[in-house]
Design a protein around this ligand. Structure first.
Ligand SMILES: *Cc1c(COP(=O)(O)O)cnc(C)c1O
Length: 421
């Protein structure tokens, strides 16, 4: 459920008309609903009620400081995958003890930054990384709390680019090697083993792969405890999918996910961490775009938008579907038209949808891409020298620009021409 609904034929974000924001901010832009973000965070928090737990929002899904502040103020932890994300979490007021550091390629500088600024744990993904972290911690005279990310070799049954839990993926260490790696970790004085980490992929629409992975983690917990390790924390990653269409696609609810976690892991009395990103932010954001032209082609009509693949890359990158809806609802009884919906970027990949039935649209109309809150703004680029589009946050009847649109000068001024040229 989200808070982007029609009122009197007009799309609203909570109590603010999208058309009103567009008039003030210009198009295209991203718009987030605070109430939806809050609701989704709470669903996870409540799903784990009764268990010692921390919901660590995966910042990479949508990393605007205002979003991080909103979630951090509700008590959320954060999952970061770079020094930049660590800095964002801290700048949003999230204390180090609520930040976990994931990612396959942490540099020594990033490790230093987190150890100095405060960190809950590093999720270590390889033996070389473990040795590097040990060295940085010793240099700073501290012990780095770690989990080891294990790769459970399960098929997440999701898009190949976002599946991470098969043995051929670059993530984590093979679960079959885990006991040896933990033995090695225990011998490194700069590290303190606190638990196990697993994350098998994103946009999972079935609980079965999660269950399979968590059952393997439960067994491993018992084995590692027998080996003398104090396994007290289990980081279960993110990955719960969202419905991208209004069709009958129904991913599991956080409530059922939480129940399954308790069932597979509850007997171990570990603190549970989860790292949802997409489900928190995905349906809490839309991208609003203006129609520049309606172009009649040979056998098909094109809606040419002012948003493009550089602003929302998911359709080009993952063949992702987004529902695209008119901001002004169709009059009842008017036959829909069929369009290819494209952006102005100079490649055919810049196609958001093919043969999509929509109400009749004219140049100057506004359309909204639903479910664009996660992996939308954060993956945008300035390809074709199109400045990054702004982000807007709505709460109740208020809205604010939370990232402004850069001017063309801002964009040009980042380049420099050498004196000798
Ligand atoms: C991407 C990622 C997440 C978040 O995944 P979602 O599908 O957005 O929930 C969590 N943990 C790790 C380690 C990730 O890489």
């Amino acid at each position: 459920m989200d808070h982007f609904l029609y009122r009197d034929g007009e799309l609203y974000a909570e109590e603010v008309a999208i058309a009103e924001i567009a008039a003030e901010v210009g198009t295209p832009f991203y718009c987030y609903s605070a109430a939806t973000l809050e609701r989704h965070y709470r669903l996870f928090d409540e799903a784990l009620e009764g268990t010692d737990h921390l919901v660590c929002y995966a910042i990479k899904a949508a990393s605007n400081l205002a979003i991080l502040k909103l979630l951090g103020d509700m008590g959320a932890g954060m999952d970061v995958v770079s020094g930049g994300e660590y800095a964002r979490a801290r700048a949003a007021g999230v204390p180090g003890e609520r930040i976990v550091f994931s990612g396959v390629g942490k540099t020594a500088d990033e490790m230093r930054m987190a150890l100095e600024g405060g960190i809950r744990q590093f999720n270590v993904e390889s033996e070389p990384e473990m040795l590097a972290l040990n060295a940085v911690a010793l240099e700073l005279g501290v012990r780095a709390p770690i989990t080891v990310r294990v790769n459970p070799d399960v098929d997440a049954k999701t898009h190949a680019k976002i599946a991470t839990g098969k043995s051929e993926n670059k993530f984590g260490i093979p679960i079959s090697k885990a006991r040896a790696v933990y033995a090695e970790a225990a011998g490194l004085p700069g590290l303190e083993v606190v638990g196990i980490d697993v994350h098998i992929g994103s946009q999972l629409t079935d609980l079965a792969p999660f269950r399979e992975a968590y059952e393997k983690v439960a067994l491993l917990t018992e084995e590692l405890r027998e080996d003398g390790h104090d396994i007290r924390r289990l980081d279960l990653g993110g990955g719960l999918g969202i419905p991208y269409t209004n069709s009958n696609e129904t991913p599991p609810l956080p409530r059922d996910y939480g129940a399954m976690i308790k069932e597979t892991l509850g007997h171990l009395n570990c603190e549970i961490e989860i790292e949802p990103g997409r489900l928190v932010a995905g349906n809490a954001g839309i991208m609003v775009s203006g129609v520049i032209y309606v172009k009649e082609g040979d056998g098909r009509d094109f809606l040419i938008l002012d948003a493009a693949m550089n602003d929302l890359v998911r359709p080009a990158m993952y063949d992702a579907h987004h529902d695209i809806v008119p901001v002004k609802e169709a009059e009842p009884g008017v036959e829909p038209a069929r369009y290819d919906i494209v952006g102005p970027v100079c490649e055919t990949g810049d196609t958001f949808a093919r043969e999509r039935d929509m109400s009749v649209i004219q140049a100057g109309d506004l359309v909204a891409f639903r479910s664009a809150g996660a992996y939308g703004a954060v993956m945008a680029s300035e390809y074709n020298s199109r400045p990054l589009i702004p982000e807007v946050l709505v709460r109740g009847d208020q809205f604010a620009v939370i990232r402004r649109r850069p001017s063309l000068e801002d964009m040009l001024n980042r380049d420099s021409i050498p004196e000798w040229l």
